[in-house]
Design a protein. Structure first.
Length: 123
């Protein structure tokens, strides 16, 4: 069973992103890797200014964004605040969704499926 690692999105506002005329700003984001978090923890700019954490993390995990050739910190910094917060929420949602879903196989019939579990504090 494969775990989905890339997710498509459409920005609610889309300002600050190059797009084809008449089109909405769309893109794709991959799941966070541990190496992304380690790199951010070692980044001297993030250590000086903790507010850059999500800017840097988004620049590492967004693989496509409109017609932008490369997604960098400057790309993320140009986003409309509503788009930035949408992407932070989207990043949390896709990463937590994967964590909550686990492959399960029935021990007697060997049927495989994706199961989910509740985290502590959830009803």
């Amino acid at each position: 069973m494969n775990i989905r690692t890339s997710f498509r999105f459409t920005l609610p506002n889309g300002s600050g992103v190059k797009v084809e005329p008449g089109r909405k700003a769309t893109g794709a984001m991959r799941l966070i890797h541990v190496k992304d978090l380690v790199a951010i923890e070692e980044d001297t700019q993030v250590l000086k200014e903790s507010g850059l954490f999500f800017v840097v993390l988004l620049s590492k995990t967004i693989t496509e964004l409109g017609l932008e050739r490369m997604v960098t910190r400057k790309t993320i910094e140009k986003l409309n605040p509503a788009d930035f917060y949408f992407l932070v929420d989207f990043m949390h949602e896709i990463n937590h969704q994967v964590i909550k879903r686990v492959p399960i196989a029935c021990p007697s019939c060997k049927h495989a499926y994706m199961g989910s579990f509740a985290q502590l504090g959830e009803a």
